[in-house]
Ligand binder design. Structure first.
Ligand code: C2E
Ligand code: MG
Ligand code: MG
Ligand code: MG
Length: 281
């Protein structure tokens, strides 16, 4: 067993993250190759504007099509990659593939913003801003069509450095979101000084809004806080109609979740876009 199973609720030791375990090193080697061989694939989940649910963008979510293990979710390899320099080529791969898809949709007349998740290590990388600019130029996507989602923990790791990089990204015209907001430790003083545009309210609050009134109060307060700071608010993890309706009534700007649409590959998503537009027409 690992210490994780002892019931403390704190993960002190996890065999899969032991720096020297052969499994970890093996998986990292396979992941390094997967980036080059195209085993990493992107699924996309729509974001819709409230009320009315018009599609305004998509979030790119990476999966690993592992030859033996099947479709591996990001939770099983991103945390591992984040502890090594491998997260840099991985993020670069995801960013490029997401922009390529965004360009393809734009060419087909479907103008959407695409959001990409960024890790703490990317925000410590002095070359990251140039890399983003280079990929935007290569795929001919305007910076205003790209959103970067950053978690609170990625910011609190080194707030001054993160703020510097985020400021340069914002100056390029990229939209910046704080992901999983409310789950971390960003102080209000930090939040006020960050050049971010959007708060994504953590799904732990959103998913239990209907079941626990205190969660609904938290979501309402974050929507107000965000608006008072001039930020757009996004609710993630919207799983039912009642939650979607009450978010709209609270003035939350954007909804994302299984109730709207599950993340899927670009091709089936196009069919969903067509069906959604047809329903409204
Ligand atoms: P996230 O950025 O907060 O993404 C939202 C996650 O919630 C996704 O899980 C999505 O499939 C899931 N989700 C969406 N709607 C619902 C819902 O209604 N109910 C529930 N229960 N879940 C919902 P996924 O795709 O497994 O990704 C998990 C996390 O992995 C992401 O959380 C993000 O932190 C990370 N991740 C995914 N792709 C990338 C990537 O390309 N780079 C990096 N650095 N991290 C990534
Ligand atoms: Mg995200
Ligand atoms: Mg999130
Ligand atoms: Mg999350």
């Amino acid at each position: 067993y690992s210490a994780k199973d002892l019931g403390s609720g704190v993960c002190v030791y996890d065999v899969s993250l032991n720096d020297h375990s052969p499994e970890r090193l093996g998986l990292l080697g396979q992941l390094r190759r997967a980036i080059d061989t195209g085993e990493l694939v992107l699924h996309f989940q729509p974001k819709v504007a409230l009320p009315g649910a018009e599609v305004c963008g998509v979030e790119a979510l990476v999966r690993w099509e592992h030859p033996q293990r099947g479709l591996v979710p990001p939770a099983d390899f991103i945390p591992l990659a984040e502890r090594t320099p491998l997260i840099r080529p991985l993020t670069r791969y995801v960013l490029d593939a997401a922009l390529e898809q965004c360009a393809r949709w734009r060419d087909a007349g479907r103008v959407l913003t695409v959001a990409v998740n960024v890790s703490a290590r990317n925000l410590l990388d002095e070359h990251f801003v140039e890399e983003v600019q280079e990929l935007l130029a290569r795929r001919r996507v305007p910076a205003s069509s790209l959103e970067l989602e950053v978690t609170e923990s990625a910011i609190t790791a080194d707030p001054d450095r993160a703020r510097r990089i985020l400021t340069r990204l914002a100056d390029c015209g990229v939209t910046l979101s704080i992901d999983d907001f409310g789950a971390g430790y960003t102080s209000l003083a930090q939040l006020k000084d960050l050049p971010v545009h959007q708060l994504k309210i953590d799904r732990s609050f959103v998913a239990r809004m209907a079941a626990e009134p205190s969660n609904a109060l938290i979501v309402r307060s974050v929507v107000e806080l965000g608006h008072n700071l001039g930020l757009t608010t996004v609710a993630e993890g919207v799983e039912d109609e009642a939650t979607c309706d009450s978010l709209g009534a609270m003035g939350c700007d954007v909804a994302q979740g299984y109730y709207v649409c599950r993340p899927m590959a670009a091709e089936p998503l196009e069919a969903w876009f067509d069906a959604t537009v047809a329903v409204r027409a």
